[in-house]
Design a protein around this ligand. Structure first.
Ligand SMILES: [Zn+2]
Length: 490
């Protein structure tokens, strides 16, 4: 015989149900109302973004660069992750730098196509110096036709990765490659560092790339980050879907157009792990503002994009073999804007620069002084502040700090050390481009990375302000961890 339920028990049962729903709020409920195990999904895509028309302008050098051939194809490499309630997209573009308006346009288009909020997307540049220019810097202008072509392609890449979403598991590890990352900036003996009459510096004591075993080079000005970080995504059965790598060397060098070592890494890591068709290798740039492959303290060694790509893939593979996979992890994103001042040239500096430019034969830039005279005038015509977007992403216990600058090794190491998320990966040239980010103590030393240009213009105190904001964001996404993790049914 059925007894009617005691009213107290009914109330307790109802409360228990409410509690369960609150605590396990993120459990996906199947249509029948029974709780289903949380699902983690991932999708990846590498979309060719090689220009269809040549020649194109190529930036990254002091004077204007051009390319009329394709050495190897360029890609936007995309990874979309979905924890059941939050979707994020990561895209890395084979480009020197990509400015914020172009990235914002790409994100808006991708949001329209996928429904992923633009604020959940991280789009960065590899920093190959062998791709079409979409940002006017130093002697090179913008390749306008390619700049119109690129945002739609980035959006298409993200949308294709999103369409490929399928059940997945994820893991990460950190390896080392000290062979291909060295501080390229040196303190020089007094009076021996290169100077620049229009760089906004005086009595330069630091010099970039002083040459091998230069007797005037006293010491390197900072440390480097030699981590090779990898995030790996597989199907639940263990078939590789994508590997996102991160390493902090500037680039290796390649005849344009080329994806440089970043492209070589993407191919070689796939081969190393025995990935099949459809696998997407991705290589992002860490904090390489003052680092490159040249060990200037020792005699020159042979390296090129193939050896660097191979070395970094080998270090990544060693780390890859130690990865423990998670069937589900929470995804959390937060971003914020920071308005930073610009080191604007004075009226006298602008007048001197104009006078210098007026004396140029046919207005053609031929020297460092010519280039920086023009940068001084161009900078004086731009706003005196920049709205810098910073972003932190959490994938389980892993953090990503996205920084729209060329960041020094010391800054990257400090973020990693102070971040509550272990490991934390820094991705520079992300979500826009606001030039070099020397720590304040580097400005009195002068040298190329501090010389005032569109590619180095933020206020002297920008670096600590950016680091503080990023740590706040990393702490916020780490705190939200507990709320999100509570939903993990495991
Ligand atoms: Zn560079």
């Amino acid at each position: 015989m059925l007894r009617p339920a005691h009213p107290t028990w009914t109330l307790r049962a109802a409360l228990a149900i409410v509690l369960v729903v609150v605590l396990f709020g993120e459990i996906a409920f199947a249509s029948g109302g029974t709780p289903a195990k949380k699902s983690f999904r991932a999708g990846a895509c590498a979309l060719d973004i090689t220009p269809t028309k040549l020649p194109v302008l190529v930036n990254g050098g002091m004077l204007e660069g051009k390319a009329d051939k394709v050495t190897d194809p360029l890609y936007v490499r995309c990874l979309v992750l979905d924890d059941g309630s939050t979707q994020i997209a990561l895209a890395v573009v084979d480009s020197c730098v990509v400015p914020r308006p172009l990235i914002d346009e790409a994100k808006a288009r991708a949001e329209k196509a996928t429904g992923i909020p633009a604020g959940h997307m991280l789009v960065s540049a590899t920093h190959c110096h062998s791709a079409p220019s979409v940002f006017g810097a130093l002697g090179t202008g913008v390749d306008e036709e390619y700049a119109r072509f690129l945002p739609g392609k980035i959006a298409d890449g993200i949308a294709l990765a999103w369409k490929n979403l399928a059940p997945a598991r994820i893991g990460w590890a950190v390896g080392k490659d000290p062979k291909n990352v060295f501080c390229r900036r040196f303190l020089m003996k007094p009076g021996t560092a290169a100077t620049n009459p229009f760089g906004g510096s005086k009595n330069d004591q630091a010099q970039m790339n002083p040459g091998y075993q230069n007797p005037n080079a006293v010491r390197r000005t900072g440390p480097v980050d030699d981590d090779v970080s990898v995030i790996s995504v597989q199907t639940p059965e263990g078939r590789p879907v994508a590997v996102l790598g991160n390493y902090s060397t500037h680039y290796a060098g390649a005849p344009p157009l080329s994806a440089d070592y970043f492209g070589v890494f993407c191919r070689r890591i796939g081969e190393r792990i025995g990935a099949g068709p459809g696998f997407v290798g991705i290589m992002s740039n860490g904090t390489s503002g003052d680092a490159n492959c040249c060990d200037f303290v020792n005699p020159p060694r042979k390296f090129d994009r193939f050896t660097v790509g191979e070395d970094v893939a080998q270090a990544a593979f060693a780390a890859y073999k130690t990865i423990e996979y998670h069937d589900w992890v929470p995804l959390v994103v937060e971003e914020k804007s920071l308005v930073l001042g610009v080191r604007m040239p004075t009226a006298e500096e602008v007048a001197a620069a104009r006078a210098h430019l007026a004396g140029l034969k046919e207005g053609i830039l031929r020297s460092v002084a010519d280039v920086y005279a023009r940068e001084t005038v161009l900078l004086s015509e731009l706003p005196s502040t920049r709205d810098v977007k910073l972003q932190a992403i959490r994938i389980g216990s892993l953090g990503i700090a996205a920084i729209p600058n060329e960041v020094f090794g010391s800054t990257g190491l400090a973020i990693k050390a102070k971040s509550p998320l272990k490991p934390t990966i820094n991705i520079e040239l992300a979500n826009g481009y606001y030039g070099y980010l020397p720590p304040p103590d580097q400005f009195p030393l002068g040298g190329y990375t501090t010389w005032r240009a569109r590619s180095s213009c933020l206020e002297v105190e920008a670096e600590p302000k950016i680091v503080e904001a990023l740590l706040e964001l990393l702490n916020n996404v780490a705190k939200r961890r507990k709320d999100a993790d509570r939903g993990d049914p495991r």
